[in-house]
Design a protein around this ligand. Structure first.
Ligand SMILES: [Mg+2]
Length: 315
């Protein structure tokens, strides 16, 4: 069990405790504190933050980057950028800025407006502007009905989409199954699959064929459970974004780089580009369309304490 008085500078032999004498072997038992947190219903983001903070402390105590403790698959992730609702020409321009400035070549297009032609026109304009040089997928945030979604997917069938996410509500149970059964690309559950139980229900119920993992809502420990559940059931995953700043992005990056399945696709790691300020002392830098995992113990980032003082809301 992780000791409650553990600090970044705690000697390794004191950082670990459990039955018997202190050990120098890594002990990843996280059930104690997670069990305590789960006695309270809800507050997944706060619980996720605590879970990831404990992993950060553990990594620092062991002198290891968290991405290596978790799985150590790679040291980087490709970045996917989200394009919001706008006119086709403006979204093509925004994509050009991301390609030219950051080398990003994967774009998640937000859809779900009515009529569906509005969003179909955007996706078509992006494909026509950049051809096969870019990867495109769509996220509807439940904006369409099942039949609208089917019509839109039919109209975009020639545009080489790689994923379709939450086009219609999972609560439209039969409509969702009907849609997913005829969708020829992975259909991603995001907001409808936020816990291992929801992931199981959506996948076994035929309401999704891929899962979005967000460390902001399931931390590292819960995300690991969801990842293993998804890969065990044979479906793909994508690392999603919860409108993360740079700290949240660093967490997503650490988890995503740790495993083959989470780093196979570009992760949604660019939302911080839309923010005017942040909390990290050393800002994340996207180049060649990638983010490198900081090779430092823990999550590998330093917090700017002055900015925490400036932005905190509890005083
Ligand atoms: Mg989504």
């Amino acid at each position: 069990m992780i000791r409650s008085d553990l600090r970044a500078d705690t000697p390794l032999r004191l950082a670990l405790s459990g039955p018997g004498p202190a050990s120098t072997l890594p002990n990843r038992d996280s059930h104690g504190y997670r069990d305590r947190m789960h006695r309270t219903i809800g507050n997944p983001t706060a619980k996720a933050a605590i879970d990831m903070a404990l992993w950060d402390i553990l990594g620092k105590a062991w002198g290891q980057p968290v991405h290596r403790l978790l799985g150590g698959w790679t040291d980087r992730m490709r970045v996917s950028h989200m394009l919001g609702f706008d006119d086709p020409a403006k979204m093509v321009d925004e994509a050009a800025r991301m390609i030219d400035t950051y080398g990003i070549r994967t774009f998640k297009v937000k859809v779900g407006r009515r009529p569906v032609d509005l969003d179909v026109a955007v996706v078509r304009a992006l494909r026509e502007a950049y051809g096969d040089d870019i990867e495109l997928y769509v996220d509807g945030n439940r904006g369409w009905t099942a039949s609208e979604s089917a019509r839109a997917l039919h109209q975009m069938a020639d545009l080489g989409l790689t994923l379709a996410e939450e086009l219609n509500p999972a609560d439209d149970v039969l409509g969702r199954r009907w849609l997913v059964s005829q969708t020829p690309i992975p259909y991603v559950a995001d907001e409808s699959a936020t816990t291992p139980a929801e992931v199981t229900r959506e996948l076994l119920g035929g309401s999704a064929t891929a899962i979005s993992i967000k460390t902001a809502r399931t931390g590292f420990s819960g995300s690991e459970e969801i990842l293993h559940l998804a890969t065990g059931l044979g479906v793909e995953v994508v690392m999603g974004n919860q409108i993360d700043g740079q700290l949240g992005t660093a967490c997503t990056l650490a988890f995503g780089a740790a495993f083959e399945a989470t780093s196979a696709r570009a992760g949604e790691l660019s939302n911080f580009l839309d923010m005017s300020d942040d909390l990290l002392a050393d800002p994340l830098q996207i180049s060649n369309g990638e983010l490198l995992v900081p090779d430092q113990p823990g999550i590998g980032v330093r917090i700017d304490e002055d900015k925490v003082e400036r932005y905190r809301l509890d005083r």
